[in-house]
Design a binder for this molecule. Structure first.
Ligand SMILES: *Cc1c(COP(=O)(O)O)cnc(C)c1O
Length: 390
């Protein structure tokens, strides 16, 4: 049995249902849509043992991926990234059971590949011909690559000061790049204003339902790679929040599938840059949504997201998990990127270094103990940030 058990889309605010055909952005209530599956049927259709023999990509979880009968995945073999036991790093910082989930080995050098593989698969299967995306960097490169693979026309909107590597990658893949004087939120506004007249499908994070389905596979992989258990703590650098929200969704699905035991989910830690920390501020204030951050600044491009449409879902996941949110300075995240590299051999994106900075801060505060099982997410490769890291 290999059929996906994708049944419908559901509004994350009102629960209103939508069909699986047609191109969807936000719900009528203006909230993100989640894909839902017949998990009871999936429970009978595929076992954990059967998964073990499958191809090493995120599509190994196809029963819980948003495919309809006849849909073909647009894939560059993203996902199934290594979960590395970081013994030397753990010795250095006082953690006995520390891992790094290394997303830098994905196609296009970041975990954005997962989301855009799923989103381009869905858009192409529903007849979209042109896709547009606002990006802080990596999402644009990933959309350009998957659009090239699928033969879609692609329009990428990026802040003018985004490092050169991100820009070159987009144009090399044949996408149209527009540089914007502003931030990702300004890019998002432009896509929103022009999409109807231009016939673009808007691929903004969580404004279409499928990027989060790609990113949730990180949660499935964590469980499978740890022998169907989950760590005590996951430390994740948060921008738009797709990864955090996606993993939380994956844990819920896996509990319903009977693949993990209920009640053992990790505490989720959101890491942001001190120069752009809307989720940290809202978390600390006890708010259910986040005020936009003004004058957002950080060299960690993926974290330069002053406002996110799914802020309420991030804050909810952090609280439900018993987690927390931490801001780290650019000096810290650059220094910890080097520490991570010299103790693991992984050359991380500065967003990955930020998770190590947060780990140290949380240990200092007594929030974490050295014997807890902790996974740091290195979400991308350092190669695109040479100016910042050298
Ligand atoms: C996009 C990005 C992030 C933030 O990810 P979200 O899931 O959107 O919060 C973190 N790190 C890197 C390298 C990124 O490209």
């Amino acid at each position: 049995m290999s059929r996906s058990l994708f049944t419908h889309l559901e509004c994350t605010r009102t629960g209103q249902r939508y069909g699986v055909d047609g191109l969807h952005n936000l719900s009528d209530a203006g909230a993100p849509l989640f894909a839902r599956y017949d998990l009871a049927a999936a429970r009978g259709a595929v076992s954990r043992e059967e998964l073990a023999g499958r191809a090493p990509s995120m599509w190994r979880y196809r029963e819980v991926m948003p495919l309809r009968a006849g849909d073909e995945a647009v894939t560059l073999d993203e996902g199934w990234t290594p979960l590395r036991r970081a013994r030397r790093l753990g010795d250095w910082c006082g953690f006995r059971r520390l891992w790094v989930k290394d997303e830098s080995v994905n196609p296009t050098g970041s975990f954005k590949a997962r989301g855009l593989s799923a989103a381009v698969t869905a858009a192409a299967a529903r007849g979209a011909a042109k896709a547009a995306i606002p990006t802080a960097g990596n999402a644009g490169g990933a959309l350009a690559a998957y659009a090239a693979a699928a033969g879609l026309e692609c329009h990428v909107f990026m802040p003018r000061d985004t490092p050169a590597a991100f820009q070159v990658e987009v144009t090399a893949c044949g996408a149209r790049l527009e540089l914007v004087d502003g931030l990702i939120t300004d890019c998002g506004r432009i896509v929103g204003e022009r999409r109807e007249a231009e016939g673009w499908f808007d691929m903004s994070t969580l404004k279409e339902p499928y990027r989060v389905e790609g990113k949730k596979t990180m949660g499935y992989e964590l469980a499978e790679q740890l022998g169907w258990s989950l760590p005590d703590v996951v430390v994740y650098p948060t921008g738009g929040g797709t990864g955090l929200i996606g993993m939380w969704k994956a844990f819920e699905e896996m509990e319903e599938l009977g693949w993990i035991e209920p009640g053992h989910r990790p505490r989720m830690v959101s890491v942001q840059a001190a120069g752009c920390a809307p989720i940290v501020r809202a978390f600390e204030a006890g708010h259910e949504s986040a005020e936009p951050w003004t004058d957002a600044r950080t060299i960690a491009s993926g974290l330069r997201v002053p406002g996110a449409v799914a802020d309420f879902l991030m804050l909810r996941a952090l609280r439900e998990s018993g987690g927390t949110a931490v801001a780290v300075t650019d000096e810290e995240l650059i220094a910890r990127s080097r520490d991570l590299a010299r103790h693991t051999g992984i050359f991380p994106a500065p967003e990955g270094g930020a998770t190590l900075a947060a780990l140290l801060a949380l240990k200092e505060r007594g929030w974490l103990r050295g014997d807890e099982r902790v996974v740091l997410f290195n979400t991308g490769s350092g190669y695109k940030y040479l100016e910042a890291l050298s």
